[in-house]
Design a binder for this molecule. Structure first.
Ligand code: G
Ligand code: G
Ligand code: MN
Ligand code: NA
Length: 252
């Protein structure tokens, strides 16, 4: 496909870029961090989903180049935050199960942190339940990252096959409740029960819980009443450019 053929050039131009979405704590009122999200605006095909980009990169043998690009772009924001004295904020990047197993992510991250010269707590890695349950080699890399002080979050929590085991297996800082449980919170009593259970679980294990996909004020208020204080979603802030991210933390 011509999309595959075009990735190397996209990597070298502005076609491929990162956007940054704010994640808000204290009931949605205070910025905790940004999630870095990959974007590719293809001249002919329009936006290419990030999962496809990661897959195409793997096919072309460009996985390392892609992850280094993501780290570099995220590092620009991290260094800016540090420069603004906002050391307690951080940036989260997504790493897929395959990237985590095939690449020495732990080495890449420690090299990046050395170059940036910022606290390792200013970087978070979002992994899935599948990654948390992966081979001993993957577990080893995650342990190295944790040991180095990098934050770990389990993304899309609740939709995998091993939600509870993934928490027993691995010490994480954060659970991100999959947005499929959050979006219809007002209409669905069953979803409210699930979300409440995950919030209680997080509280018992002393793991920070984030609700994803908060799209309305109603859902935000409902989450507050369920005891969930950290949120992400279009209602709190859309993914934006580096410049918009910096503006965002100036006003918050
Ligand atoms: O940003 P968007 O809603 O299009 O993201 C869709 C999916 O792609 C999400 O599951 C998200 O975690 C994933 N994703 C976004 N950016 C990246 C990235 O830089 N690397 C990887 N591996 N996945 C990403
Ligand atoms: O799987 P992951 O959580 O990394 O996916 C993040 C994706 O969710 C991003 O691509 C982002 O664009 C998308 N997203 C962020 N906030 C919302 C929201 O409020 N509603 C919906 N539908 N998607 C969102
Ligand atoms: Mn994510
Ligand atoms: Na998610």
């Amino acid at each position: 496909r011509d999309i595959e053929r075009d990735l190397p050039r996209a990597l070298a131009t502005e076609q491929l870029y990162m956007v940054f979405q704010p994640i808000m704590g204290q009931g949605g009122h205070r910025l905790t961090n940004f999630e870095a999200l990959l974007r590719w605006d293809h001249a002919k095909h329009g936006p290419v989903p990030p999962g496809d980009i990661v897959e195409i990169a793997a096919v072309l043998g460009l996985s390392e180049v892609l992850i280094q690009f993501i780290l570099r772009q995220s590092g620009v924001l991290i260094e800016k935050l540090r420069g603004l004295g906002q050391n307690e904020l951080w940036v989260a990047i997504n790493v897929s199960p395959r990237e985590m197993s095939r690449l020495p992510i732990d080495d890449f991250v420690s090299q990046a942190l050395k170059q940036w010269n910022v606290p390792s707590s200013m970087l978070e890695i979002e992994i899935t339940e599948e990654t948390a349950m992966d081979t001993r080699a993957v577990q080893g890399k995650l342990a190295v990252l944790r040991q180095a002080g990098v934050r770990l979050a389990i993304d899309d929590f609740g939709v995998g096959y091993s939600s509870l085991s993934s928490l027993r297996n691995l010490q994480v800082d954060r659970i991100k409740i999959d947005r499929s449980f959050v979006t219809d919170l007002m209409a669905s009593a069953a979803d409210r029960v699930m979300v409440q259970a995950i919030i209680n679980l997080g509280r018992s294990l002393e793991i920070d819980v984030v609700a994803e996909g908060v799209e309305t004020e109603d859902v935000k208020v409902m989450l507050q009443s369920l005891g969930c204080s950290t949120m992400q979603g279009y209602h709190l802030g859309r993914p934006g450019s580096l410049q918009q991210a910096i503006e965002h933390c100036r006003v918050k």
